[in-house]
Every structure is written in structure tokens, then in C-alpha cells.
Design a protein. Structure first.
Length: 439
């Protein structure tokens, strides 16, 4: 047997993920793959498993600790016979599981993408290190490089500051926190107003009866911040329409046996995803993002669609990649898999990155329509209400039809009303006659 140090593996580049739950204690016997703890980052909650089986001898973390890739979790006495560890002269050799030579990271940001490179992590070292390594950037991207560490980027995101608009005073032009503070002060002095938003007064509600104070988890707080920032910074317009899915529902009923044979439930979501892929191909402005303070429109040559999932732990938006290249059955399987991972808090940060467009479906929850908030930096989001049977006039009589409410919110800085109307009506037309998917 040997003592093995368990470390945080690759968690998709997440830095400072908080320990929100410990799943084992000292003396517990665990199997390989069994969960040790639950980490919560800015984007997701994730369970970190043990890489080997054995007995927990020491725990290096506690609730509230902030961990990154390579952080030590626990020491375990391995019971695996085929372990590569050995003992010499009675001394126990320590092996590192989940260790990465990329102990410390910084990030190079530009308005188009984010690259991660290795660097010393301590703040003192960060201030003195001039050797940032840019990777895989073309010439156009290099012109817009912005150097900033994770802490600065997070602070800028909270204030809604565009880093490209700031000149860094740190080594090599790096943006430091003092640059953000100075930027905010200059803007306040220029506008002559401390804030355009009023905060609620702190009220003691216990004066009128018994209350319970519940601290919101990180996912809920960050979701609220992101929604508030999007709503206040983006001019939202919402387009409403109904899709007649009478024939589509009949077609889904015909596929019931095939669905049971494949053990894959074919819901409306895969059809919506495929229809959206067609529209995003035909209307590329919806498959884009604004950069450089709105001066540049970045049109994406891939179609990745996020799917909002309501869970007891908060709202998560896993991303389904290359929707246009997958079959309905493949999408149905992936939709079910990602929804399950979201509810079980098994999503990794990579699972929720790279989206071009988001769909939020209330499904059976209810509601005939709503105004979804855009998941910036995307430019649009589709809200789907509950379908219902309503009488529809066919020219001679009223007949029952199944109608699906659609709500398309879009960024009016990049998309005009006419284009949004055509996008939404075209989407409804595809859902009405799914044969148009093959055109």
C-alpha cells in the first residue's frame, strides 16, 4: 500500500472554485470514482471524484476553501494492487493524482476569444512578471489583446467594464485593479452622477413577524448579477408568435415505438434545436456577438445552442455543440444527458461555454408567453411557452390546432425589427411543417 495525494483535476480552467460540500471524512473507505467533495465555480457545481480506491488518512480542505486545478484535497492510503507507487527503505513514496504542471494560471483576453497560458500565480509575482505567453492568436486578434488576471476580469465583469477600453499600468501593459478603480472614478466625475441605479433600503422585516434569512448560493447570485447586467446594458425587444405544431405532435406520436426501442424520449426540444439551426444559418446576425463597444460584429461559423435547465440548485445553461450536424435522435439523447447532469450538479465549466444562442422552455410549467433576458454576449434568446389546443379558422370553419407560443428577445443594437420578425415567423413555419428542415 502507498499514500497518495489527491488533487483537483482539470476543471475547465475554473479558478477559485469554492468547496460547498465535503462528501468524505478521515477514516472513510472510498472506491475509485467516488465523490470526495463538491466545488462551485462562477459557472457550475461539480463533484470531484477519487482517482484511486483506499482509506482517507488526511483532509487538506474545508467548507469555504477556494480551490483550483492542482490544489490538494486529501491523502489516501491506496488499496489498489496495481498501483505504480512503491516503498524503499521503509519510506512511503507519495504520488500525485490529478496533478498538473500548470499549477498556476493567468488569462489573456481579447474581444473575440480567451486563451489560457501558464504563469506564476501569486499577486507579487503577477505584478513583476512580464513574460505573458500569447498562444494561437492571428494577427487581427493580436491587435486587440487585453492582459488581465482572473481577479481583475471578475471585478470588471461585476462593474460591467469593457477591458478593451482600459489602458493597463502594470508590467507589459497588464490591467490591474487600480486601473479599474481609476476608470470608474473618471467616468463618475465625467457624468457628474454617482449612480443611475437606486438600491433598496435595508428593512428589518422581523418587526412584522417571524422571518428566515437564507443565504443564496453562488450560482443564484451570479445568475442574478448576469441578468441584471444584461437587462441594464442591452436594449431588449421581444417578438411574439405562435407555431402550429399539430402535425409535428402527430409525427412524434407515430415515433413512440421507435423512441422506446432507442430508449430515447423524443420531446419537442430536438425539433426546436434543429429549426433554430436552420434559422441561425439563414440569419447570421443572430449567430453573432458584439465586440469593441459595439463597433464590431463577430459572426460565428459554428452553431452551438444553450438550453436553460431549471434545477433545485439554480438555473444552468449547458451548451449543445454543432446542432446543425446532429440528427434528431442524437440531439434527443444529448438533451436528456445534459439535463440530468445539470440536476445532479455534474456539469463542468466547459459544458456551459461557447454558446451562440439560448433557448428557454417553460414546457409544462405553464404560461402563454414571457420576455426572456438575453444571455450576453449572445444577441438573442428564444422563450417557449406551454402548448395548448385552440380553435383556428381555416376559411370555412374553426378546427382544433395545437399552438406553441414563441417569444424571441433580441439585442436591438445589432438586430432590427424586420429581421427579427422574419426569423421568428420562419421558425414558426418550420415547426408547422417539419419537412422544411431538409431544405
Amino acid at each position: 500500500m502507498s499514500i497518495v495525494n489527491l488533487k483537483v483535476p482539470d476543471i475547465g480552467g475554473a479558478e477559485g472554485a469554492e468547496v460547498i460540500e465535503l462528501l468524505v471524512n478521515i477514516g472513510d473507505e472510498v472506491d475509485a470514482g467516488q465523490g470526495l467533495l463538491v466545488l462551485e465555480s462562477d459557472k457550475a457545481s461539480m463533484e470531484i471524484p477519487a482517482e484511486v480506491a483506499g482509506v482517507i488518512k488526511e483532509m487538506f480542505v474545508s467548507i469555504g476553501d477556494l480551490l483550483s486545478e492542482g490544489s490538494r484535497i486529501a491523502a489516501i492510503e491506496s488499496t489498489e494492487k496495481d498501483s505504480n507507487n512503491n516503498t524503499e527503505n521503509g519510506n512511503i513514496e507519495i504520488s500525485e493524482v490529478g496533478y498538473s504542471e500548470k499549477d498556476e494560471k493567468t488569462e489573456i483576453f481579447n474581444d473575440i476569444n480567451v486563451q489560457t497560458v501558464d504563469e506564476e500565480h501569486s499577486s507579487a509575482k503577477e505584478m513583476n512578471d512580464n513574460e505573458d505567453k500569447a498562444i494561437f492568436l492571428d494577427e487581427q486578434e493580436k491587435e486587440n489583446i487585453v492582459y488581465a488576471g482572473p481577479a481583475v476580469r471578475k471585478l470588471a465583469r461585476q462593474f460591467g467594464i469593457v477591458l478593451a477600453e482600459i489602458s493597463g499600468t502594470g508590467p507589459g501593459g497588464r490591467i490591474v485593479k487600480e486601473d479599474l478603480h481609476g476608470f470608474v472614478k473618471r467616468n463618475l466625475s465625467t457624468t457628474g452622477a454617482a449612480s443611475t441605479l437606486l438600491e433598496y433600503a435595508d428593512i428589518d422585516f422581523s418587526k412584522w413577524g417571524e422571518v428566515e434569512r437564507v443565504t443564496r448560493n453562488k450560482v443564484e447570485v451570479l445568475t442574478a448579477e448576469n441578468m441584471h447586467r444584461s437587462w441594464t446594458n442591452v436594449p431588449h425587444v421581444t417578438q411574439f408568435d405562435d407555431a402550429d405544431i399539430t402535425d409535428l405532435e402527430a409525427f412524434r406520436a407515430e415515433l413512440k415505438e421507435e423512441s422506446e426501442r432507442r430508449k430515447t424520449k423524443l420531446t419537442l426540444m430536438p425539433f426546436l434545436l434543429k429549426a433554430l439551426a436552420v434559422q441561425l444559418r439563414d440569419y447570421p446576425n443572430f449567430n453573432a456577438s458584439l465586440t469593441d463597444s459595439g463597433k464590431v460584429l463577430v459572426k460565428k461559423q459554428y452553431i452551438n445552442i444553450g438550453m436553460a435547465v431549471d434545477t433545485p440548485h439554480g438555473l444552468f445553461v449547458p451548451v449543445i455543440r454543432d446542432v446543425d450536424r446532429k440528427t434528431l435522435w442524437e440531439l434527443a439523447h444529448e438533451v436528456a444527458e445534459l439535463a440530468t447532469k445539470a440536476r445532479n450538479r455534474d456539469l463542468r465549466p466547459d459544458d456551459m461555454q461557447g454558446g451562440c444562442f439560448t433557448i428557454s422552455s417553460l414546457g409544462k410549467i405553464g404560461g402563454s408567453g414571457f420576455t426572456p433576458i438575453i444571455n450576453t454576449p449572445e444577441l438573442a434568446i428564444l422563450g417557449v411557452g406551454r402548448s395548448e389546443i385552440r380553435p383556428v379558422w381555416d376559411g370555412t370553419s374553426f378546427n382544433p390546432h395545437t399552438l406553441l407560443p414563441l417569444s424571441l428577445s433580441y439585442d436591438h443594437r445589432a438586430i432590427n425589427g424586420g429581421e427579427a420578425g422574419r426569423f421568428c415567423s420562419g421558425l414558426a413555419a418550420i415547426m408547422t411543417d417539419i419537412r422544411k428542415l431538409i431544405l
